[in-house]
Design a protein around this ligand. Structure first.
Ligand code: GUN
Length: 296
């Protein structure tokens, strides 16, 4: 059976359209323009690309984009002062500090200095705790995007066996919490998991988020399972640079019922969900109804 391809690029476009619709209504009916501030410390080329893309899509959705570029040798004190200023700025509804930060800066300290209500990355310890206890929170963008695609494909996820490969704070752990929230039976597998192939073979839903190119072969996949590939790995093959996921697409697509490609799967959903989180944060800050279908 050939798997259905879950088109993240098209799905992300529909999320962005919904966001733009909500933004237009917020402006017209409430005189409010949501604002997203992105802080970039240093000159990491990949981070610069991400930040540019975030700024562009924020403006395209009708929102205000604020960029704070700081030198690589910025002190913790100066960065905390910028975050504090954004926390107190009523025009800023979402704050994102681009990671990774230069090594001399304490990432946890900086992230936890963001007002949790403006923490559109969902990385603040308060949001992590709220998500873990099933309370309303800001949800990390990549897992939120995966959840949206899974709900769209399956409707209800209740009772499904889900295996998340990878235990990062940014994807694996919040992904597992979201799947549990939708009543899946959840296993978090990682580099020390015994019999990983057998664990993955039980799964109706596989979310691969380990950052190892093509590590999941097709014969680990249960016939008809849904495969969500979070990996974006740059490799060289036949003398050419190529982007591949954490699953071996060709062999997994032969057994899966549905699969996300790389590129064009989970990737485009991350920024779309960042925009969605910014609108959600703006609505909550103003005591307005939250946008439907854009939250967990
Ligand atoms: N660096 C790479 N991806 C992300 C992300 O989603 N959020 C932040 N803050 N930094 C990142």
């Amino acid at each position: 059976m050939a798997a259905q391809i879950i088109d993240g690029k098209a799905f992300a476009a529909t999320v962005r359209e919904k966001v733009a619709g909500h933004v237009a209504r917020l402006k017209e009916e409430n005189g409010i323009t949501p604002g997203l501030a992105v802080v970039l410390v240093g000159e990491d080329p990949a981070s610069q690309v991400y930040v540019r893309s975030k700024g562009k899509q924020t403006v395209e959705a009708g929102m205000n984009s604020y960029e704070h570029k700081m030198d690589a040798d910025t002190s913790e004190e100066d960065l905390l002062a910028v975050v504090n200023q954004l926390n107190n700025d009523p025009n800023v509804h979402g704050i994102l500090v681009q990671l990774p930060l230069p090594a001399h800066l304490n990432e946890d300290l900086i992230i936890n200095s963001i007002d949790p209500a403006k923490d559109v990355d969902g990385f603040h310890i308060s949001n992590v705790g709220l998500l873990g206890t099933g309370q309303k929170s800001m949800v990390p963008c990549t897992p939120l995007g995966c959840l949206m695609m899974l709900r769209d494909h399956h409707g209800s996820l209740s009772g499904m066996d889900a295996v998340v490969i990878g235990r990062s704070n940014i994807v694996g752990k919040p992904m597992a919490q979201l799947l549990l929230g939708d009543s899946c039976t959840v296993t978090i597998a990682h580099s020390r998991t015994k019999d990983l192939p057998d664990v993955v073979r039980r799964a109706d839903i596989v979310v691969a988020a380990v950052g190892r190119p093509e590590m999941v072969p097709g014969d680990w996949i249960k016939e008809g399972a849904t495969v969500i590939d979070v990996g974006i790995n740059r490799i060289e093959r036949d003398g050419k640079n190529k982007l591949v996921g954490d699953v071996d697409y060709a062999s997994c697509a032969e057994r899966a019922g549905a699969i996300t490609p790389v590129p064009g799967g989970v990737g485009p959903m991350t920024i779309a969900c960042l925009l969605a989180n910014t609108v959600t944060a703006c609505c909550r800050a103003n005591g307005l109804a939250e946008p439907e279908g854009l939250t967990a």
